[in-house]
Design a protein around this ligand. Sequence first.
Ligand code: RB5
Length: 147
Amino acid sequence: MKIALASDHAGYELKEAIKEYLTEHEIIDFGTGSTEPMDYPDTGFKAAEAVAKGDCERGILICGSGLGMSIVANKVKGIRAALCHSVELARLSRQHNDANILILQGRFMSKYLAKDIIKIWLSTEFSEGRHINRINKIKKYERKPQD
Ligand code: RB5
């Protein structure tokens, strides 16, 4: 799978640990490249757009709390980004929400939990069924002309 990866400074160390873990996948790293303070929208929008355009199948975005990257990613049309701090949420975000971006917390999550979450998130399929209609309503809203 081709995966877009991005973080800010607060997510940098977890991003690097994830890169070492995801050796069976093609990783496109949109930065950041160090723990030097920077602004999460600068890397988050680039990675989210790569997923929205289809250049990457999925994305994993990390900031300190996960909140900033969640806001950024969900601004991009076609993105369904899910902030998951447990394996169960990761599973549900795929089964019910067909999330195409996973958001992780650099300051509130161990790399071991992050790896468990990623493993489930990448291997769980969308359940379809009753959930398709709900996703279609989100897609329809995205097509609505904005003021
Ligand atoms: C950086 O200090 C922090 O604000 C950022 O990583 C993130 O948590 C924002 O939502």
